[in-house]
Design a protein around this ligand. Structure first.
Ligand code: ADP
Ligand code: ADP
Ligand code: MG
Length: 408
């Protein structure tokens, strides 16, 4: 559908992403041949690739996002944590920098205690992380995760953090032009499976106004520190026992869950990205941004929750999308579409707004019922189960909520 709707389209290579969507020269070549002014990188593939952003800069094509320099700085999670510390933003206790040998890991482990988390500096998408529960396995876990990181990300650098067990994932949406640094409040992405987000919502049901302001101020300070431009997200974990937040990473791109913020602020973040990239200064100020109501997003994946979330590609013979007040569906699907097996299994995002969390939740349940992809198995029924779970209803749960639900 996007290809059909586009004014111009060009084939950049075969289906396999390393030969097309990840092929920087193919993407850049297509843009140059059409005389394109700019490239919007979306939220996957090359969206956080500093090398690609630099190649665009070199060719005089605007990369819609921050500078390659900032992507490079923040893309390395170790470097990002150092910058956060410099900006006075609290970070998860752990190693000061990269861990390269067992002796260093041992020293850090004595300080932070067990369980601890070994994370790849270049990790993403919930990959490149390992929980270590006891001293005995530290040495083998360290060498395994280092070689995994090398294979998956081409970078074996790892670092260590205390593994926090009673946490929420809370993140701040920012939009900056290098001089004005705005935040659009928070999104709560605690509903995760294997460190990957399933459901995102905003505002967070667990923050009070003081913490909310502190979190936003921390995010804005970090942006100021690197003179950030364009859209970004500062991710934090919020410790429910201590009621303290810690920076974990920054995503230097628009995120999958950005519609949650659009729904509660009424701002079009993609339009703002295009304006900032065009050199138009931000026209609004922090005081102009008001959070109204509550929004929830469900990531709809063509996966079978009964079969350990195995991807279920296939032909969408029938397609009906929910609609109505406060309901938005972002998708590339239409009837007749063949879901290919080559990419991420996300087929759409369903976002519901309500004046209250309860109204947004009820609307989402109705919308999930209305969504119809024919015979394609999706995660929609699983989302409904989560939304109806009493813990979700109460808003009181942590990042192990879904694992517990699946384990029962
Ligand atoms: P990614 O780059 O894959 O998004 P993140 O660093 O953002 O990785 O972490 C993804 C998720 O992993 C977080 O949302 C959180 O649920 C969990 N996580 C990350 N760091 C910690 C930690 N120190 N303790 C406990 N859980 C963590
Ligand atoms: P967000 O933080 O925006 O929610 P994710 O970390 O889930 O984003 O990643 C955005 C998109 O890119 C998702 O569709 C995800 O599956 C995909 N993605 C992220 N990292 C990788 C990766 N290393 N390999 C393949 N796909 C990835
Ligand atoms: Mg993350």
């Amino acid at each position: 559908m996007p290809v059909r709707l586009a004014d111009k389209a060009v084939c950049i290579g075969p289906a396999r992403s390393n030969m097309s969507y990840r092929n920087q020269q193919a993407v850049l070549g297509a843009a140059l041949s059409f005389g394109a002014d700019a490239i919007h990188p979306g939220y996957g593939f090359l969206a956080e690739n500093a090398e690609f952003a630099a190649a665009c800069e070199k060719e005089g094509i605007i990369f819609i996002g921050p500078s390659s320099k900032v992507i490079h700085q923040m893309g390395d999670k170790i470097e990002a944590k150092k910058i956060a510390k410099k900006a006075g933003v609290p970070t998860v206790p752990g190693s000061d920098g990269a861990i390269t040998e067992f002796a260093e890991a041992l020293k850090v482990a004595k300080d932070v205690g067990f369980p601890l988390l070994i994370k790849a500096a270049a990790g993403g998408g919930g990959r490149g992380m390992r929980v270590v529960r006891q001293m005995e396995s530290l040495e083998s876990d360290l060498s395994e995760i280092m070689s995994e990181a090398e294979t998956a990300f081409g970078d074996s650098s790892v670092y260590i953090e205390r593994y926090l067990t009673n946490i929420r994932h809370i993140e701040i949406q920012v939009m900056c032009d290098g001089e004005t640094f705005l935040h659009m409040g928070e999104r709560d992405c605690t509903t995760q499976r294997r460190n990957q987000k399933l459901i995102e919502e905003g505002p967070s049901p667990v923050l009070d106004d003081r913490l909310r302001q502190e979190l936003a101020a921390a995010a804005v300070n970090l942006c100021r520190e690197v003179k950030y431009t364009n859209a970004g997200t500062i991710e934090f974990v919020f410790d429910l026992d201590e009621r303290k937040f810690y920076f974990i990473e920054m995503n230097t791109r628009i995120q999958v869950e950005h519609p949650v913020s659009e729904m509660i602020t009424g701002l079009d973040l993609i339009k703002m990205q295009l304006e900032v990239a065009s050199g138009i200064p931000l026209a609004i100020r922090q005081d102009d941004i008001r959070i109204s109501g509550h929004a929830i997003e469900c990531r709809i994946n063509a996966e079978d929750p009964e079969q350990n979330f195995m991807p279920c590609p296939g032909t969408v013979k029938r397609f009906h999308m929910p609609g109505g007040l406060g309901i938005r569906m972002d998708t590339h699907i239409e009837a007749g579409y063949v879901i290919p097996p080559f990419y991420d299994s996300m087929v759409g995002k369903l976002i519901c707004w309500g004046q209250t969390r309860e109204e947004a939740r009820a609307r989402m349940i109705a919308a999930l019922d209305e969504l119809d992809l024919g015979a394609i198995t999706t995660t929609a029924p699983f989302h409904k189960e989560i939304l109806q779970n009493e813990q979700f209803v109460s808003g009181v749960f942590n990042t192990s909520f879904v694992a517990t639900l699946l384990g029962k």
